[in-house]
Design a binder for this molecule. Structure first.
Ligand code: ASP
Length: 607
Protein backbone atom coordinates (compact mmCIF):
# COMPACT_ATOMS: atom_id res chain seq x y z
CA UNK A 1 0.00 0.00 0.00
CA UNK A 2 1.31 3.41 -0.97
CA UNK A 3 1.86 5.38 2.18
CA UNK A 4 -0.11 8.56 2.59
CA UNK A 5 0.69 11.26 5.15
CA UNK A 6 -2.03 10.91 7.75
CA UNK A 7 -3.58 13.60 9.90
CA UNK A 8 -4.63 13.46 13.52
CA UNK A 9 -8.12 14.13 14.70
CA UNK A 10 -6.94 16.46 17.45
CA UNK A 11 -9.78 18.65 18.72
CA UNK A 12 -11.75 18.30 15.52
CA UNK A 13 -15.46 17.56 16.11
CA UNK A 14 -17.95 16.52 13.52
CA UNK A 15 -20.95 18.80 13.25
CA UNK A 16 -23.18 16.66 11.06
CA UNK A 17 -23.53 13.09 9.87
CA UNK A 18 -23.30 12.32 6.18
CA UNK A 19 -27.04 11.88 5.91
CA UNK A 20 -28.08 15.01 7.67
CA UNK A 21 -27.59 18.11 5.57
CA UNK A 22 -30.63 19.65 3.90
CA UNK A 23 -31.45 22.72 1.81
CA UNK A 24 -32.17 24.67 4.98
CA UNK A 25 -28.50 24.26 5.99
CA UNK A 26 -27.27 26.20 2.95
CA UNK A 27 -24.60 28.74 3.86
CA UNK A 28 -23.65 26.96 7.11
CA UNK A 29 -20.20 25.70 7.97
CA UNK A 30 -20.05 21.92 8.50
CA UNK A 31 -17.47 19.34 9.45
CA UNK A 32 -18.20 15.81 8.19
CA UNK A 33 -16.30 12.58 8.74
CA UNK A 34 -16.67 9.29 6.95
CA UNK A 35 -15.50 6.97 4.20
CA UNK A 36 -14.71 7.85 0.62
CA UNK A 37 -17.55 6.08 -1.14
CA UNK A 38 -17.02 7.20 -4.69
CA UNK A 39 -14.93 9.78 -6.45
CA UNK A 40 -15.33 11.55 -9.75
CA UNK A 41 -12.46 13.59 -11.10
CA UNK A 42 -13.49 16.23 -13.62
CA UNK A 43 -10.09 17.87 -13.82
CA UNK A 44 -10.77 21.24 -12.28
CA UNK A 45 -13.34 19.83 -9.88
CA UNK A 46 -13.32 16.63 -7.87
CA UNK A 47 -16.53 15.21 -6.45
CA UNK A 48 -16.40 12.79 -3.55
CA UNK A 49 -19.30 10.94 -2.06
CA UNK A 50 -18.64 10.77 1.66
CA UNK A 51 -20.45 7.97 3.48
CA UNK A 52 -21.28 7.04 7.05
CA UNK A 53 -24.06 4.93 8.58
CA UNK A 54 -26.51 7.78 8.14
CA UNK A 55 -26.10 8.39 4.43
CA UNK A 56 -24.01 10.05 1.74
CA UNK A 57 -23.09 13.68 1.12
CA UNK A 58 -21.47 15.05 -2.01
CA UNK A 59 -18.25 16.96 -1.39
CA UNK A 60 -16.82 19.33 -3.97
CA UNK A 61 -13.15 20.19 -4.18
CA UNK A 62 -12.12 23.06 -6.46
CA UNK A 63 -8.65 22.47 -7.74
CA UNK A 64 -8.28 25.82 -9.40
CA UNK A 65 -8.74 27.84 -6.21
CA UNK A 66 -6.63 25.74 -3.83
CA UNK A 67 -3.85 23.64 -5.39
CA UNK A 68 -2.65 22.34 -1.99
CA UNK A 69 -6.07 20.99 -1.19
CA UNK A 70 -6.29 19.51 -4.66
CA UNK A 71 -3.00 17.72 -4.23
CA UNK A 72 -4.25 16.14 -1.03
CA UNK A 73 -7.56 15.10 -2.57
CA UNK A 74 -5.77 13.34 -5.36
CA UNK A 75 -4.31 10.94 -2.77
CA UNK A 76 -7.76 9.70 -1.77
CA UNK A 77 -9.04 6.30 -2.77
CA UNK A 78 -12.04 4.12 -1.91
CA UNK A 79 -12.70 3.63 1.80
CA UNK A 80 -10.16 6.16 3.03
CA UNK A 81 -11.38 7.75 6.25
CA UNK A 82 -11.43 11.53 6.06
CA UNK A 83 -12.68 14.66 7.78
CA UNK A 84 -13.76 17.65 5.74
CA UNK A 85 -14.63 21.17 6.68
CA UNK A 86 -16.61 23.25 4.24
CA UNK A 87 -19.66 25.33 3.53
CA UNK A 88 -23.05 23.92 2.57
CA UNK A 89 -24.18 25.02 -0.87
CA UNK A 90 -27.50 24.54 -2.65
CA UNK A 91 -27.33 22.49 -5.80
CA UNK A 92 -29.22 23.79 -8.78
CA UNK A 93 -31.27 22.38 -11.61
CA UNK A 94 -30.20 19.04 -12.87
CA UNK A 95 -27.37 18.70 -10.36
CA UNK A 96 -29.99 18.01 -7.69
CA UNK A 97 -30.02 14.29 -6.85
CA UNK A 98 -33.57 13.30 -5.80
CA UNK A 99 -32.40 9.73 -5.01
CA UNK A 100 -30.72 10.70 -1.72
CA UNK A 101 -32.01 12.81 1.19
CA UNK A 102 -28.98 15.12 1.03
CA UNK A 103 -29.37 15.50 -2.73
CA UNK A 104 -30.32 19.17 -2.70
CA UNK A 105 -26.99 20.29 -1.24
CA UNK A 106 -23.27 19.69 -1.43
CA UNK A 107 -20.40 20.59 0.84
CA UNK A 108 -17.82 22.83 -0.77
CA UNK A 109 -14.66 21.61 0.92
CA UNK A 110 -12.18 24.04 2.38
CA UNK A 111 -10.08 21.75 4.53
CA UNK A 112 -9.32 18.04 4.35
CA UNK A 113 -7.83 15.70 6.92
CA UNK A 114 -6.85 12.16 5.88
CA UNK A 115 -7.46 10.15 9.03
CA UNK A 116 -6.65 6.75 7.61
CA UNK A 117 -5.98 5.05 4.34
CA UNK A 118 -7.52 1.79 3.21
CA UNK A 119 -6.43 -1.16 1.19
CA UNK A 120 -8.61 -1.71 -1.85
CA UNK A 121 -11.72 -3.27 -0.30
CA UNK A 122 -12.21 -6.97 -1.05
CA UNK A 123 -15.45 -6.10 -2.81
CA UNK A 124 -17.15 -2.88 -3.86
CA UNK A 125 -19.46 -1.03 -1.50
CA UNK A 126 -22.27 -0.66 -4.04
CA UNK A 127 -25.32 -2.57 -2.98
CA UNK A 128 -26.10 -3.63 -6.49
CA UNK A 129 -22.97 -5.71 -6.71
CA UNK A 130 -23.38 -9.40 -5.95
CA UNK A 131 -20.54 -10.61 -3.83
CA UNK A 132 -19.79 -14.21 -2.89
CA UNK A 133 -20.95 -14.86 0.65
CA UNK A 134 -17.69 -16.47 1.79
CA UNK A 135 -15.83 -13.26 0.99
CA UNK A 136 -18.49 -11.24 2.76
CA UNK A 137 -18.18 -13.35 5.89
CA UNK A 138 -14.37 -13.34 5.90
CA UNK A 139 -14.31 -9.55 5.60
CA UNK A 140 -17.48 -9.07 7.61
CA UNK A 141 -16.34 -5.72 9.03
CA UNK A 142 -16.20 -4.36 5.49
CA UNK A 143 -19.38 -6.11 4.46
CA UNK A 144 -21.23 -4.60 7.42
CA UNK A 145 -20.17 -1.17 6.19
CA UNK A 146 -22.23 -1.61 3.03
CA UNK A 147 -25.45 0.45 3.03
CA UNK A 148 -27.74 -2.60 2.83
CA UNK A 149 -26.13 -4.27 5.85
CA UNK A 150 -26.09 -1.00 7.74
CA UNK A 151 -29.83 -0.73 7.15
CA UNK A 152 -30.41 -4.30 8.35
CA UNK A 153 -28.41 -3.90 11.55
CA UNK A 154 -30.00 -0.52 12.29
CA UNK A 155 -33.43 -2.06 11.72
CA UNK A 156 -32.57 -4.90 14.09
CA UNK A 157 -31.60 -2.42 16.77
CA UNK A 158 -34.87 -0.53 16.28
CA UNK A 159 -36.88 -3.74 16.53
CA UNK A 160 -35.13 -4.75 19.74
CA UNK A 161 -35.72 -1.30 21.19
CA UNK A 162 -39.43 -1.38 20.27
CA UNK A 163 -39.79 -4.74 22.00
CA UNK A 164 -37.93 -3.56 25.10
CA UNK A 165 -39.93 -0.36 25.27
CA UNK A 166 -43.29 -2.12 24.92
CA UNK A 167 -42.49 -4.79 27.47
CA UNK A 168 -40.98 -2.34 29.94
CA UNK A 169 -44.09 -0.15 29.68
CA UNK A 170 -46.19 -3.21 30.43
CA UNK A 171 -44.25 -3.74 33.65
CA UNK A 172 -41.90 -6.49 32.48
CA UNK A 173 -38.44 -6.62 34.03
CA UNK A 174 -35.39 -7.50 31.96
CA UNK A 175 -33.49 -10.07 33.99
CA UNK A 176 -30.39 -11.97 32.93
CA UNK A 177 -29.95 -15.71 33.29
CA UNK A 178 -26.69 -17.67 33.14
CA UNK A 179 -24.99 -18.86 29.98
CA UNK A 180 -23.01 -21.46 31.84
CA UNK A 181 -25.61 -23.81 33.19
CA UNK A 182 -27.03 -27.26 32.90
CA UNK A 183 -28.68 -28.80 29.92
CA UNK A 184 -32.26 -27.61 29.35
CA UNK A 185 -34.63 -29.94 27.61
CA UNK A 186 -35.45 -28.14 24.34
CA UNK A 187 -34.55 -31.29 22.50
CA UNK A 188 -31.46 -30.26 20.53
CA UNK A 189 -27.86 -31.14 21.27
CA UNK A 190 -26.09 -28.94 23.83
CA UNK A 191 -22.92 -26.95 23.36
CA UNK A 192 -20.71 -27.99 26.24
CA UNK A 193 -18.15 -25.96 28.16
CA UNK A 194 -15.56 -27.94 30.12
CA UNK A 195 -14.88 -26.92 33.70
CA UNK A 196 -11.19 -26.57 34.55
CA UNK A 197 -11.85 -26.30 38.26
CA UNK A 198 -13.96 -29.43 38.28
CA UNK A 199 -12.19 -31.68 35.76
CA UNK A 200 -14.38 -34.08 33.82
CA UNK A 201 -17.51 -31.97 34.29
CA UNK A 202 -19.19 -29.66 31.83
CA UNK A 203 -21.51 -26.73 31.75
CA UNK A 204 -24.05 -26.58 28.95
CA UNK A 205 -24.79 -23.37 27.10
CA UNK A 206 -28.54 -22.74 27.37
CA UNK A 207 -30.80 -23.88 24.56
CA UNK A 208 -33.15 -21.36 26.16
CA UNK A 209 -33.55 -19.82 29.61
CA UNK A 210 -36.62 -22.04 30.13
CA UNK A 211 -35.96 -23.34 33.63
CA UNK A 212 -34.48 -20.08 34.88
CA UNK A 213 -37.40 -17.99 33.72
CA UNK A 214 -39.77 -20.38 35.47
CA UNK A 215 -37.66 -20.11 38.60
CA UNK A 216 -37.92 -16.32 38.36
CA UNK A 217 -41.69 -16.78 38.63
CA UNK A 218 -41.13 -18.86 41.75
CA UNK A 219 -39.00 -15.95 42.99
CA UNK A 220 -41.80 -13.46 42.51
CA UNK A 221 -40.63 -11.39 39.48
CA UNK A 222 -44.05 -11.86 37.97
CA UNK A 223 -43.25 -10.39 34.53
CA UNK A 224 -39.85 -11.28 33.08
CA UNK A 225 -38.34 -10.78 29.68
CA UNK A 226 -34.96 -11.01 28.08
CA UNK A 227 -33.59 -10.55 24.60
CA UNK A 228 -31.23 -13.41 24.93
CA UNK A 229 -28.81 -15.61 23.06
CA UNK A 230 -29.64 -19.32 22.89
CA UNK A 231 -27.35 -22.11 21.71
CA UNK A 232 -28.37 -25.29 19.94
CA UNK A 233 -26.05 -27.73 18.25
CA UNK A 234 -28.27 -28.65 15.34
CA UNK A 235 -27.70 -29.30 11.67
CA UNK A 236 -27.95 -25.90 10.10
CA UNK A 237 -30.26 -24.63 7.41
CA UNK A 238 -30.73 -21.18 5.92
CA UNK A 239 -32.98 -20.20 8.79
CA UNK A 240 -30.91 -21.67 11.62
CA UNK A 241 -27.80 -20.54 13.43
CA UNK A 242 -25.96 -22.31 16.28
CA UNK A 243 -26.43 -19.20 18.38
CA UNK A 244 -29.56 -17.19 17.88
CA UNK A 245 -31.54 -14.58 19.74
CA UNK A 246 -34.89 -15.05 21.40
CA UNK A 247 -37.34 -12.55 22.78
CA UNK A 248 -38.07 -14.61 25.85
CA UNK A 249 -40.82 -13.85 28.34
CA UNK A 250 -42.66 -15.37 31.25
CA UNK A 251 -45.50 -14.11 33.41
CA UNK A 252 -47.34 -15.21 36.51
CA UNK A 253 -51.10 -15.89 36.68
CA UNK A 254 -51.75 -15.68 32.91
CA UNK A 255 -54.38 -17.29 30.74
CA UNK A 256 -52.95 -17.99 27.27
CA UNK A 257 -54.78 -14.87 26.05
CA UNK A 258 -52.69 -12.65 28.37
CA UNK A 259 -49.51 -13.98 26.76
CA UNK A 260 -50.97 -13.49 23.28
CA UNK A 261 -51.97 -9.88 23.95
CA UNK A 262 -48.47 -9.16 25.19
CA UNK A 263 -46.85 -10.66 22.11
CA UNK A 264 -49.27 -8.87 19.78
CA UNK A 265 -48.36 -5.62 21.52
CA UNK A 266 -44.62 -5.89 21.01
CA UNK A 267 -44.94 -7.33 17.51
CA UNK A 268 -47.10 -4.37 16.50
CA UNK A 269 -44.38 -2.07 17.85
CA UNK A 270 -41.60 -4.05 16.16
CA UNK A 271 -43.38 -4.03 12.81
CA UNK A 272 -44.05 -0.34 13.17
CA UNK A 273 -40.31 0.14 13.67
CA UNK A 274 -39.92 -1.70 10.38
CA UNK A 275 -42.43 0.59 8.69
CA UNK A 276 -45.53 -1.62 8.76
CA UNK A 277 -48.86 -1.38 10.57
CA UNK A 278 -50.23 -4.76 11.55
CA UNK A 279 -53.67 -5.56 12.85
CA UNK A 280 -54.23 -7.16 16.22
CA UNK A 281 -55.56 -9.38 17.70
CA UNK A 282 -54.33 -12.18 15.45
CA UNK A 283 -56.78 -14.91 14.44
CA UNK A 284 -56.58 -18.16 16.40
CA UNK A 285 -56.86 -21.71 15.22
CA UNK A 286 -56.89 -25.06 16.92
CA UNK A 287 -54.02 -27.38 16.03
CA UNK A 288 -56.44 -30.01 14.69
CA UNK A 289 -58.14 -27.40 12.55
CA UNK A 290 -54.78 -26.23 11.19
CA UNK A 291 -53.92 -29.78 10.18
CA UNK A 292 -57.31 -30.34 8.58
CA UNK A 293 -57.36 -27.05 6.69
CA UNK A 294 -53.70 -26.58 5.87
CA UNK A 295 -51.97 -29.93 6.50
CA UNK A 296 -49.38 -28.22 8.67
CA UNK A 297 -49.11 -26.69 12.16
CA UNK A 298 -47.85 -23.39 10.74
CA UNK A 299 -50.41 -22.46 8.10
CA UNK A 300 -49.63 -19.83 5.51
CA UNK A 301 -52.89 -17.88 5.40
CA UNK A 302 -51.86 -15.98 2.31
CA UNK A 303 -52.85 -19.01 0.26
CA UNK A 304 -56.26 -20.72 0.04
CA UNK A 305 -56.78 -23.64 2.44
CA UNK A 306 -57.01 -27.27 1.40
CA UNK A 307 -60.42 -28.57 0.37
CA UNK A 308 -61.66 -32.01 1.37
CA UNK A 309 -63.27 -33.12 -1.87
CA UNK A 310 -64.25 -36.60 -0.70
CA UNK A 311 -67.95 -35.89 -1.03
CA UNK A 312 -67.48 -34.68 -4.60
CA UNK A 313 -66.66 -38.19 -5.81
CA UNK A 314 -69.25 -40.81 -6.69
CA UNK A 315 -68.93 -44.26 -5.09
CA UNK A 316 -67.44 -45.88 -8.17
CA UNK A 317 -64.85 -43.13 -8.61
CA UNK A 318 -62.86 -44.27 -5.57
CA UNK A 319 -62.35 -47.73 -7.04
CA UNK A 320 -61.50 -46.46 -10.49
CA UNK A 321 -58.91 -44.10 -9.04
CA UNK A 322 -57.74 -46.79 -6.59
CA UNK A 323 -57.98 -44.46 -3.62
CA UNK A 324 -59.19 -44.98 -0.10
CA UNK A 325 -62.70 -43.74 0.54
CA UNK A 326 -62.16 -43.76 4.30
CA UNK A 327 -59.60 -41.02 4.00
CA UNK A 328 -59.82 -37.40 2.90
CA UNK A 329 -59.41 -36.56 -0.76
CA UNK A 330 -57.64 -33.23 -0.73
CA UNK A 331 -57.79 -30.61 -3.44
CA UNK A 332 -54.88 -28.15 -3.39
CA UNK A 333 -55.66 -24.90 -5.14
CA UNK A 334 -52.99 -22.42 -6.16
CA UNK A 335 -54.58 -19.35 -7.73
CA UNK A 336 -53.71 -17.87 -11.14
CA UNK A 337 -50.97 -20.28 -12.13
CA UNK A 338 -52.40 -20.62 -15.65
CA UNK A 339 -52.06 -23.58 -17.96
CA UNK A 340 -49.12 -25.82 -17.06
CA UNK A 341 -46.85 -27.23 -19.73
CA UNK A 342 -46.36 -30.99 -19.89
CA UNK A 343 -42.94 -30.62 -18.29
CA UNK A 344 -44.28 -28.42 -15.50
CA UNK A 345 -46.96 -31.01 -14.77
CA UNK A 346 -44.39 -33.80 -14.75
CA UNK A 347 -42.30 -31.77 -12.29
CA UNK A 348 -45.03 -31.94 -9.66
CA UNK A 349 -44.62 -35.65 -8.88
CA UNK A 350 -41.01 -35.35 -7.71
CA UNK A 351 -42.06 -32.45 -5.46
CA UNK A 352 -44.55 -34.68 -3.69
CA UNK A 353 -43.40 -36.24 -0.42
CA UNK A 354 -45.75 -39.13 0.15
CA UNK A 355 -46.44 -40.09 3.72
CA UNK A 356 -47.97 -43.48 4.46
CA UNK A 357 -48.85 -44.18 0.84
CA UNK A 358 -50.53 -40.87 0.02
CA UNK A 359 -50.98 -40.45 -3.74
CA UNK A 360 -50.90 -37.36 -5.90
CA UNK A 361 -53.00 -36.69 -9.01
CA UNK A 362 -51.15 -33.85 -10.63
CA UNK A 363 -53.06 -33.84 -13.92
CA UNK A 364 -56.48 -32.46 -13.09
CA UNK A 365 -57.33 -32.32 -16.80
CA UNK A 366 -57.25 -36.09 -16.94
CA UNK A 367 -59.57 -36.29 -13.95
CA UNK A 368 -61.85 -33.85 -15.71
CA UNK A 369 -61.89 -36.01 -18.83
CA UNK A 370 -62.68 -39.22 -16.97
CA UNK A 371 -64.83 -37.93 -14.11
CA UNK A 372 -66.45 -34.84 -15.53
CA UNK A 373 -69.14 -34.38 -12.90
CA UNK A 374 -66.92 -35.08 -9.93
CA UNK A 375 -64.29 -32.70 -11.30
CA UNK A 376 -66.87 -29.95 -11.72
CA UNK A 377 -67.98 -30.44 -8.13
CA UNK A 378 -64.36 -30.31 -6.92
CA UNK A 379 -63.74 -27.12 -8.87
CA UNK A 380 -66.77 -25.54 -7.33
CA UNK A 381 -66.07 -26.68 -3.78
CA UNK A 382 -62.47 -25.49 -3.99
CA UNK A 383 -63.61 -22.19 -5.49
CA UNK A 384 -61.24 -22.67 -8.42
CA UNK A 385 -61.22 -20.10 -11.21
CA UNK A 386 -60.18 -21.01 -14.76
CA UNK A 387 -56.51 -20.09 -14.26
CA UNK A 388 -56.13 -21.86 -10.90
CA UNK A 389 -53.97 -24.93 -10.48
CA UNK A 390 -55.75 -27.91 -8.88
CA UNK A 391 -53.91 -30.98 -7.64
CA UNK A 392 -55.47 -33.88 -5.73
CA UNK A 393 -53.94 -35.87 -2.89
CA UNK A 394 -55.61 -39.03 -1.59
CA UNK A 395 -54.82 -42.20 0.30
CA UNK A 396 -54.07 -45.50 -1.33
CA UNK A 397 -53.63 -47.63 1.78
CA UNK A 398 -56.55 -49.95 2.49
CA UNK A 399 -58.44 -49.23 5.69
CA UNK A 400 -57.75 -51.23 8.82
CA UNK A 401 -54.33 -52.46 9.88
CA UNK A 402 -52.67 -52.09 13.27
CA UNK A 403 -54.37 -49.52 15.46
CA UNK A 404 -51.84 -46.82 16.26
CA UNK A 405 -51.34 -45.61 19.83
CA UNK A 406 -52.48 -42.15 18.73
CA UNK A 407 -55.49 -43.60 16.91
CA UNK A 408 -58.02 -41.74 18.97
CA UNK A 409 -56.91 -38.23 18.20
CA UNK A 410 -59.41 -36.10 16.36
CA UNK A 411 -57.20 -36.37 13.32
CA UNK A 412 -56.11 -39.98 12.95
CA UNK A 413 -52.54 -40.81 11.89
CA UNK A 414 -53.78 -42.12 8.52
CA UNK A 415 -55.64 -38.86 7.90
CA UNK A 416 -52.69 -36.88 9.14
CA UNK A 417 -50.50 -38.55 6.50
CA UNK A 418 -52.81 -37.30 3.74
CA UNK A 419 -53.18 -33.82 5.18
CA UNK A 420 -49.45 -33.49 5.80
CA UNK A 421 -48.48 -34.72 2.31
CA UNK A 422 -50.96 -32.28 0.79
CA UNK A 423 -49.85 -29.46 3.12
CA UNK A 424 -46.20 -29.79 2.08
CA UNK A 425 -47.05 -29.96 -1.61
CA UNK A 426 -49.28 -26.88 -1.26
CA UNK A 427 -46.39 -24.86 0.14
CA UNK A 428 -43.89 -26.20 -2.43
CA UNK A 429 -46.21 -25.40 -5.35
CA UNK A 430 -46.97 -21.97 -3.96
CA UNK A 431 -43.25 -21.21 -3.70
CA UNK A 432 -42.59 -22.45 -7.20
CA UNK A 433 -45.37 -20.37 -8.74
CA UNK A 434 -45.02 -17.28 -6.55
CA UNK A 435 -44.41 -15.09 -9.61
CA UNK A 436 -47.72 -16.13 -11.04
CA UNK A 437 -50.10 -16.03 -8.06
CA UNK A 438 -48.36 -12.99 -6.53
CA UNK A 439 -49.70 -13.71 -3.06
CA UNK A 440 -46.19 -13.60 -1.56
CA UNK A 441 -45.61 -9.94 -2.32
CA UNK A 442 -43.64 -7.86 0.13
CA UNK A 443 -45.50 -6.26 2.99
CA UNK A 444 -48.34 -8.80 3.31
CA UNK A 445 -48.32 -10.18 6.84
CA UNK A 446 -50.82 -12.85 7.89
CA UNK A 447 -50.37 -13.71 11.55
CA UNK A 448 -52.03 -16.58 13.35
CA UNK A 449 -52.07 -18.23 16.76
CA UNK A 450 -52.11 -22.01 16.57
CA UNK A 451 -53.36 -23.36 19.88
CA UNK A 452 -54.04 -26.57 21.75
CA UNK A 453 -51.16 -28.57 20.38
CA UNK A 454 -51.01 -32.24 21.33
CA UNK A 455 -49.09 -32.73 24.55
CA UNK A 456 -47.14 -35.73 23.28
CA UNK A 457 -45.81 -36.97 20.00
CA UNK A 458 -45.18 -40.63 19.38
CA UNK A 459 -41.59 -41.33 18.45
CA UNK A 460 -41.88 -44.22 16.01
CA UNK A 461 -38.19 -45.00 16.16
CA UNK A 462 -37.85 -45.12 19.94
CA UNK A 463 -41.43 -46.39 20.34
CA UNK A 464 -42.25 -43.98 23.09
CA UNK A 465 -44.06 -40.74 23.78
CA UNK A 466 -42.04 -37.53 23.76
CA UNK A 467 -43.03 -34.00 24.75
CA UNK A 468 -44.27 -32.12 21.69
CA UNK A 469 -43.17 -28.77 23.17
CA UNK A 470 -41.14 -29.36 26.32
CA UNK A 471 -41.88 -31.32 29.49
CA UNK A 472 -42.87 -28.23 31.52
CA UNK A 473 -45.91 -27.57 29.36
CA UNK A 474 -49.22 -27.92 31.15
CA UNK A 475 -51.79 -30.36 29.84
CA UNK A 476 -55.41 -29.20 29.50
CA UNK A 477 -57.12 -29.68 32.79
CA UNK A 478 -59.92 -31.75 31.30
CA UNK A 479 -57.43 -34.08 29.57
CA UNK A 480 -55.47 -34.78 32.75
CA UNK A 481 -57.16 -38.16 33.31
CA UNK A 482 -55.85 -39.42 29.96
CA UNK A 483 -52.19 -38.88 30.83
CA UNK A 484 -51.60 -42.57 31.44
CA UNK A 485 -54.51 -44.18 29.63
CA UNK A 486 -54.49 -42.25 26.36
CA UNK A 487 -51.54 -39.89 25.96
CA UNK A 488 -52.28 -39.25 22.28
CA UNK A 489 -55.53 -37.52 23.23
CA UNK A 490 -54.01 -35.12 25.74
CA UNK A 491 -53.99 -31.53 24.56
CA UNK A 492 -51.45 -29.06 25.85
CA UNK A 493 -51.92 -25.43 26.81
CA UNK A 494 -49.32 -24.70 24.16
CA UNK A 495 -49.41 -22.17 21.35
CA UNK A 496 -47.34 -20.98 18.41
CA UNK A 497 -47.38 -17.62 16.76
CA UNK A 498 -47.13 -18.07 13.01
CA UNK A 499 -46.49 -15.53 10.27
CA UNK A 500 -46.91 -16.32 6.57
CA UNK A 501 -46.22 -20.00 7.16
CA UNK A 502 -43.22 -19.45 9.43
CA UNK A 503 -43.20 -20.23 13.13
CA UNK A 504 -42.12 -17.05 14.89
CA UNK A 505 -42.33 -18.46 18.40
CA UNK A 506 -43.82 -20.99 20.75
CA UNK A 507 -44.86 -21.04 24.33
CA UNK A 508 -47.20 -22.51 26.84
CA UNK A 509 -48.82 -22.31 30.20
CA UNK A 510 -46.53 -24.30 32.47
CA UNK A 511 -47.03 -26.93 35.06
CA UNK A 512 -46.77 -25.24 38.45
CA UNK A 513 -47.63 -28.23 40.63
CA UNK A 514 -44.97 -30.65 41.63
CA UNK A 515 -47.33 -33.67 41.59
CA UNK A 516 -48.35 -33.00 37.97
CA UNK A 517 -44.77 -32.35 36.88
CA UNK A 518 -43.82 -35.74 38.31
CA UNK A 519 -46.69 -37.37 36.39
CA UNK A 520 -45.52 -35.81 33.12
CA UNK A 521 -41.96 -36.98 33.65
CA UNK A 522 -43.41 -40.40 34.32
CA UNK A 523 -45.60 -40.29 31.18
CA UNK A 524 -42.43 -39.44 29.23
CA UNK A 525 -40.89 -42.66 30.48
CA UNK A 526 -38.55 -41.02 32.98
CA UNK A 527 -37.90 -43.02 36.12
CA UNK A 528 -38.17 -41.31 39.50
CA UNK A 529 -34.34 -41.38 39.77
CA UNK A 530 -33.81 -39.93 36.30
CA UNK A 531 -36.27 -37.12 36.96
CA UNK A 532 -34.56 -36.43 40.25
CA UNK A 533 -31.05 -36.38 38.85
CA UNK A 534 -31.95 -34.16 35.88
CA UNK A 535 -34.56 -31.88 37.38
CA UNK A 536 -34.43 -32.50 41.12
CA UNK A 537 -33.72 -28.84 41.91
CA UNK A 538 -36.65 -27.81 39.79
CA UNK A 539 -39.09 -30.30 41.28
CA UNK A 540 -38.00 -29.09 44.68
CA UNK A 541 -38.56 -25.46 43.70
CA UNK A 542 -42.11 -26.32 42.72
CA UNK A 543 -42.70 -27.25 46.35
CA UNK A 544 -41.99 -23.72 47.58
CA UNK A 545 -45.12 -21.84 46.56
CA UNK A 546 -44.94 -21.68 42.77
CA UNK A 547 -47.56 -19.43 41.19
CA UNK A 548 -49.33 -20.50 37.98
CA UNK A 549 -47.25 -19.14 35.13
CA UNK A 550 -46.68 -19.25 31.40
CA UNK A 551 -44.74 -17.61 28.63
CA UNK A 552 -43.31 -17.77 25.17
CA UNK A 553 -40.16 -17.16 23.16
CA UNK A 554 -39.90 -15.62 19.68
CA UNK A 555 -36.96 -15.60 17.32
CA UNK A 556 -35.63 -12.06 16.99
CA UNK A 557 -33.38 -12.95 14.07
CA UNK A 558 -36.32 -14.29 12.11
CA UNK A 559 -38.44 -11.21 12.79
CA UNK A 560 -35.58 -8.97 11.68
CA UNK A 561 -35.07 -11.11 8.59
CA UNK A 562 -38.72 -10.80 7.59
CA UNK A 563 -38.82 -7.05 8.20
CA UNK A 564 -35.57 -6.52 6.31
CA UNK A 565 -37.00 -8.51 3.39
CA UNK A 566 -33.89 -10.69 3.58
CA UNK A 567 -33.76 -14.34 2.59
CA UNK A 568 -31.23 -15.54 5.13
CA UNK A 569 -30.72 -15.02 8.85
CA UNK A 570 -27.10 -14.18 8.07
CA UNK A 571 -28.27 -10.92 6.53
CA UNK A 572 -29.48 -9.64 9.91
CA UNK A 573 -26.91 -11.18 12.27
CA UNK A 574 -23.77 -9.04 12.48
CA UNK A 575 -21.31 -11.91 12.86
CA UNK A 576 -23.04 -15.14 11.82
CA UNK A 577 -21.76 -18.66 11.26
CA UNK A 578 -21.80 -20.51 7.95
CA UNK A 579 -23.93 -23.57 7.25
CA UNK A 580 -20.94 -25.60 8.49
CA UNK A 581 -21.14 -23.70 11.82
CA UNK A 582 -17.92 -21.78 11.12
CA UNK A 583 -17.00 -18.18 11.70
CA UNK A 584 -14.91 -17.39 8.62
CA UNK A 585 -13.68 -14.08 9.98
CA UNK A 586 -12.15 -15.14 13.28
CA UNK A 587 -11.65 -18.65 11.93
CA UNK A 588 -13.51 -20.61 14.59
CA UNK A 589 -13.75 -23.29 15.74
CA UNK A 590 -10.06 -24.16 15.98
CA UNK A 591 -8.00 -26.82 17.73
CA UNK A 592 -6.52 -25.70 21.05
CA UNK A 593 -3.09 -26.36 22.50
CA UNK A 594 -2.23 -29.57 24.31
CA UNK A 595 -1.55 -27.49 27.40
CA UNK A 596 -5.10 -26.14 27.36
CA UNK A 597 -6.50 -29.62 26.93
CA UNK A 598 -4.34 -31.01 29.70
CA UNK A 599 -5.53 -28.34 32.06
CA UNK A 600 -9.09 -29.32 31.31
CA UNK A 601 -8.36 -33.01 31.62
CA UNK A 602 -9.51 -33.61 28.06
CA UNK A 603 -7.97 -35.75 25.37
CA UNK A 604 -9.16 -35.48 21.79
CA UNK A 605 -9.74 -38.55 19.67
CA UNK A 606 -8.01 -38.54 16.29
CA UNK A 607 -10.51 -38.39 13.41
N1 ASP B 1 -38.19 -22.11 25.87
C1 ASP B 1 -39.12 -22.39 24.81
C2 ASP B 1 -38.38 -22.53 23.50
O1 ASP B 1 -37.29 -22.02 23.35
C3 ASP B 1 -40.15 -21.33 24.64
C4 ASP B 1 -41.12 -21.25 25.77
O2 ASP B 1 -41.82 -22.25 26.03
O3 ASP B 1 -41.22 -20.18 26.36
O4 ASP B 1 -38.89 -23.10 22.56
Amino acid sequence: MESVPLDFLGELRRTHTCGELRASDAGKKAILMGWVHRRRDLGGVIFIHLRDRDGVTQLVFHADTDPALHAKVSLLAAEYVIAVEGRVKLRTGETINPAIPTGEVELVAEKLWILNESRTPPFPMEETVDVKEDARLKYRYVDLRRPQMQRNIILRSKIAFAVRETLTNLGFLEIETPFMGRSTPEGARDYLVPSRVNPGTFYALPQSPQIFKQLLMVSGFDKYFQIVRCFRDEDLRADRQPEFTQIDLEMSYPQPERVWETVEGFLAAAFQAGGYEIRTPFPRMDYDEAIRQYGIDKPDLRLPPLTDARDCLATGDFEQLAINRELPVIAIRIPNVGELSRKERDDIKPMFVSKAGARVFEDFKRIENRFTEAAARIRQKAGAGPGDLLVLVAGSAPPGGEPHPAGKRKVTPAELAIYASAGLLRVALAQKYADRHRLFQKGIFRFLWVTNFPMFEYDEQDRRWVAAHHPFTSPHEEDMDKLESDPGMVRALAYDVVLNGTELGSGSIRIHRQDIQRKIFHALGMTEEEAKSRFGFFLEALEYGTPPHGGIALGLDRIAMILAGADSLREVIPFPKTAAAKDLMVDAPTPVTDAQLRELGISVMKH
